[in-house]
Design a protein around this ligand. Structure first.
Ligand code: FES
Length: 401
C-alpha cells in the first residue's frame, strides 16, 4: 500500500481534480465502492422538491421549538404559587413546558438529519480492508478530497434553506441545553433585601435577623398543609411552623428547627384563625441555610460536653443547636445517634461529635458544624439569642475550625 502511495508526487496530486483525488483516496484506503446510486439523478425532479419540503419542515419545526424554549425560559411565570393563588396553574406548567419545547427541538433536528440523509445522500455500499500505520501526505490530501466529495454529494451546498434551518435548529437545540445553566451563574456576593431566608448571600440565613433586633424563635415543622373549606383550599389559620418549647423534646433526641420571627408566629396565645402565615413559614423551611438541629442531650452526657472557646453560653441547659448544613459540601446532616452522640451526614459519611461543639471526627468534612446560640424565654419558648458566629455550610471559607 505505501509503495503505491509513493508513486504520486505533490505536483501530480496538485493536478488532480477533486473527483480524481476522491477516487484515489478510496483506492489507496483499500475501499471498494460496491454500489452507489444518486437519489435524484434527474435535474428538477418534482419528487426532490417534495422531499426538500419535508426535510425543511423538520428543521423549521426544530427552530420553532428552539425559539419556543427560549421564550418559555425567559417569559413563562416561574415563581412558586401556592394552592389557589392566581397563576398557580401556569406556574406548574413551567418545567413541563421547558422539557417539551427543548425535547421537541432536539427530536425535530434529529428527525430532519435522518430524513435528509435518507433522502438526499446517495445510497452507497463500500467495503474497506483494514490496514495499520500513520497517515502521510497522500492520505491527508485524499481524506480532504473525500470530505469535499461527501459535502458535494450531500447536495447541502446547493440547498441553502435546508442548511440554514438545520444550522439554526442545531444552534437553538444547543442553546436549549446551555441556556438553563445561566440560571445557576450567580454572584454570591450580591445581597437582596434581608428576609427569612437571609439576603441571598452565602453568609446569611434567616437567623441573621437576630442581628436586626428581631426575636427569632426555634420553629418546629408540624407538616400542616392547606385545608379544604366549603369546596376550596385555604391556608388561613394554618401554622406550618410553631414555636418550640423545651419540653417538646425528649432527652437523647433531635428535632430540625427553622427560624420563626415574632411577626410570623401564629400559635399558642398568638393564634388567630384568620391570619395566613403559611407562605412565610414555607419560605423559612425552604431557606437553603436555615435548618438547624436542636439536640437535647441526655443530662449525664451534657455534663461532659466540651464547650468551644467563646461559645460557652451557646447552649441552653442540655439543648444544643447546630447548623444542619454539612461543612463538607452542604448536605443535610440528618442523623443523630443517641448512644454515641454523633451526628452523621449520609452523603459521604462525615461524623460530628455533638458533645464536642460539633467538630468532625470522621469523613471528609474538615470544619465543625456552626453552633447557634439559644435560650428559653420566660414563657418557655426557645429562641436564638444570637446569630451563628461563622458562615454555615461548605468549608471554603476562611474561618476558625
Ligand atoms: S456533604 Fe456531608 S459528608 Fe459530604
Amino acid at each position: 500500500m505505501s509503495d503505491n502511495k509513493k508513486q504520486y508526487t505533490k505536483a501530480e496530486l496538485d493536478k488532480m481534480s477533486n473527483d480524481e483525488l476522491a477516487r484515489l483516496g478510496t483506492e489507496l484506503d483499500g475501499v471498494t465502492v460496491a454500489y452507489r446510486k444518486e437519489r435524484f439523478p434527474l435535474a428538477n425532479d418534482p419528487a426532490e422538491k417534495r422531499a426538500g419540503l419535508a426535510v425543511g419542515t423538520y428543521f423549521a419545526l426544530s427552530v420553532v421549538f428552539g425559539l419556543a424554549f427560549i421564550a418559555v425560559y425567559l417569559f413563562w411565570p416561574w415563581e412558586y404559587k401556592h394552592l389557589e393563588e392566581a397563576g398557580m396553574w401556569w406556574h406548574t406548567l413551567y418545567t413541563p413546558m421547558l422539557g417539551v419545547t427543548s425535547g421537541l427541538a432536539i427530536i425535530m433536528l434529529g428527525m430532519g438529519a435522518v430524513k435528509y440523509t435518507k433522502t438526499f445522500v446517495p445510497e452507497e455500499i463500500s467495503v474497506q480492508t483494514r490496514h495499520d500505520g500513520p497517515s502521510d501526505e497522500v492520505d491527508s490530501r485524499t481524506l480532504v478530497a473525500l470530505l469535499n466529495d461527501s459535502w458535494q454529494t450531500s447536495t447541502l451546498g446547493r440547498r441553502p434553506v435546508i442548511a440554514g434551518l438545520a444550522g439554526a435548529g442545531a444552534v437553538l437545540a444547543g442553546l436549549a441545553v446551555v441556556l438553563p445553566m445561566g440560571g445557576i451563574v450567580k454572584n454570591p456576593w450580591k445581597p437582596k433585601a434581608m428576609g427569612i431566608a437571609g439576603d441571598g448571600t452565602l453568609w446569611t440565613t434567616g437567623w441573621t435577623l437576630v442581628e436586626e433586633g428581631k426575636k427569632v424563635y426555634l420553629g418546629r415543622d408540624n407538616g400542616n398543609i392547606a385545608e379544604e373549606h366549603d369546596g376550596h383550599w385555604s391556608t388561613k389559620g394554618i401554622s406550618r411552623l410553631v414555636r418550640m418549647r423545651a419540653e417538646d423534646l425528649d432527652a437523647g433526641s433531635m428535632e430540625t428547627v427553622f427560624p420563626l420571627t415574632e411577626e410570623m408566629v401564629n400559635d399558642g396565645d398568638k393564634y388567630d384563625p384568620q391570619r395566613d402565615v403559611y407562605k412565610e413559614h414555607m419560605h423559612s423551611i425552604h431557606g437553603a441555610r436555615n435548618s438547624v438541629m436542636l439536640i437535647r442531650l441526655r443530662h449525664e452526657d451534657a455534663q461532659r460536653a466540651v464547650l468551644r472557646a467563646g461559645q460557652e453560653d451557646f447552649h441552653a441547659g442540655d439543648y444544643f443547636a447546630y447548623s444542619k448544613i454539612c461543612t463538607h459540601i452542604g448536605c443535610p446532616t440528618s442523623l443523630y445517634e443517641q448512644q454515641t452522640n454523633r451526628i452523621l451526614c449520609p452523603c459521604h459519611q462525615s461524623q460530628f461529635d455533638a458533645l464536642h461543639y460539633g467538630k468532625p471526627v470522621f469523613g471528609p468534612a474538615a470544619r465543625a458544624l456552626p453552633q447557634l446560640p439559644i435560650a428559653v424565654d420566660e414563657k418557655g419558648y426557645m429562641y436564638a439569642k444570637g446569630n451563628f458566629a461563622e458562615p454555615v455550610g461548605p468549608a471554603f471559607w476562611e474561618r476558625r475550625s
